[in-house]
Design a protein around this ligand. Structure first.
Ligand SMILES: NC(=O)c1ccc[n+]([C@@H]2O[C@H](COP(=O)([O-])OP(=O)(O)OC[C@H]3O[C@@H](n4cnc5c(N)ncnc54)[C@H](OP(=O)(O)O)[C@@H]3O)[C@@H](O)[C@H]2O)c1
Length: 327
């Protein structure tokens, strides 16, 4: 028997996630495999805001992606020692019978394998397709992004810079703002907890912004909508400020008049929609990283037993760049 651990969604959320909503459970899984099966041992696991939005049922294992090492195998395609990427949930060990769910890691070369969960994984693809396919900013345009020091936002701003845009970012601490401005080359950065949003947009973009990459929603978005230029574009990527309400409608300024008079385009998108194009996009991101055009950060929490804490931290700004758990 192999002693395995898993995290279970134990108690319904009431607002923001708390560590008490989740429970660490130990279980024994067999160490003998059937033909075609492999045993995967988690190396890096991802915690993401969507795990609050798309809840599993109470009692179920938390869902999510991990980079795992094959530690026992009865499959020729997945030999012992191979590293794989898979949605195996918050599990330390998993016996996989259907190996079609296992993906090879992207060709990272010397780059860390954890990037397959971040810049060269789902968040990186979200930034890439949100910029390339939804906003389509052109040289000289102004792009505003919030949660700008996070996994998606930090890449969005840099991708817009690569396209020759002016980038305005919002993040929740001075350290994050300094990183965006000094190291990532954002043109203007504000701590949204200490600045009046309306005033800061007027200061950085007196004429308004052309593109808005929205990771936050809520009141933040309502204010931005009044500061977008004629024919502006809005990519609705995430609404982290609203997940705690579990879909209950929130009141706020009505923005449809702004959409009408300025002839704005707003589009929600899910990164998986572009899944068949991910391989080329991952190669592009890897090249940008190797060329020094795209920088990344990871906030690594050590220990599988600390996954709940890492997850809860996302909603309090504990991470800079991608939040990763290292087993
Ligand atoms: N559409 C898609 O396919 C897709 C895919 C991936 C992610 N997303 C969405 O994109 C957004 C960013 O995801 P991510 O993985 O990159 O997470 P992340 O930005 O790495 O982590 C969340 C960050 O959001 C900020 N934040 C938390 N609560 C906030 C609030 N109420 N108001 C303003 N900022 C808040 C915090 O930073 P501060 O210190 O700056 O507050 C925190 O560090 C999320 O909304 C997520 O659901 C969408």
């Amino acid at each position: 028997m192999v002693q395995a651990r898993k995290w279970v969604y134990a108690h319904e959320y009431d607002g923001q996630p708390q560590t008490s909503n989740l429970q660490l459970v130990t279980e024994n899984i067999p160490d003998t495999l059937q033909d075609g099966e492999v045993l995967c041992e988690a190396v890096f696991l991802s915690v993401d805001p969507y795990m609050r939005l798309f809840k599993v049922a109470v009692g179920d294992v938390m869902q999510g992606e991990q980079v795992a090492r094959v530690t026992a195998s009865k499959s020729d395609s997945f030999p012992v020692g191979m590293m794989v990427l898979a949605r195996l949930g918050w599990r330390s060990h998993t016996i996989v019978s259907n190996t079609s769910i296992l993906e090879q890691l992207p060709p990272l070369g010397e780059l860390p394998a954890s990037l397959a969960l971040g810049a060269v994984g789902m968040p990186g693809m979200t930034a890439y397709f949100g910029v390339e396919e939804i906003l389509k900013p052109v040289q000289g345009e102004t792009v505003l992004v919030n949660a700008a020091a996070g996994a998606v936002g930090s890449l969005v701003g840099q991708m817009a810079k690569i396209k020759g845009c002016k980038v305005i970012g919002y993040a929740g601490t001075k350290e994050k703002c300094d990183w965006l401005k000094d190291e990532l080359g954002f043109d203007a950065v504000f701590n949204y907890k200490e600045t009046k949003l309306q005033d800061s947009i007027k200061e950085a973009a007196p004429e308004g912004v052309d593109c808005y990459f929205d990771n936050v929603g809520g009141e933040f978005s309502s204010t931005v909508m009044f500061n977008i230029k004629q024919f502006g574009r809005i990519a609705v990527c995430g609404q982290i400020d609203e997940y705690r309400y579990d879909g209950k409608p929130q009141t706020g300024p009505l923005v449809y008049g702004q959409m009408l008079i300025k002839q704005l385009t707003m589009k929600g998108f899910m990164c998986r929609h572009y899944f068949q194009h991910w391989p080329e996009a991952k190669l592009q991101v890897i090249n940008w990283i190797k060329q020094g055009k795209l920088k990344y950060r990871e906030t690594i929490t050590e220990g599988f037993e600390n996954m709940a804490e890492a997850f809860v931290g996302l909603f309090h700004g504990a991470n800079t760049g991608k939040a990763i758990v290292k087993v």
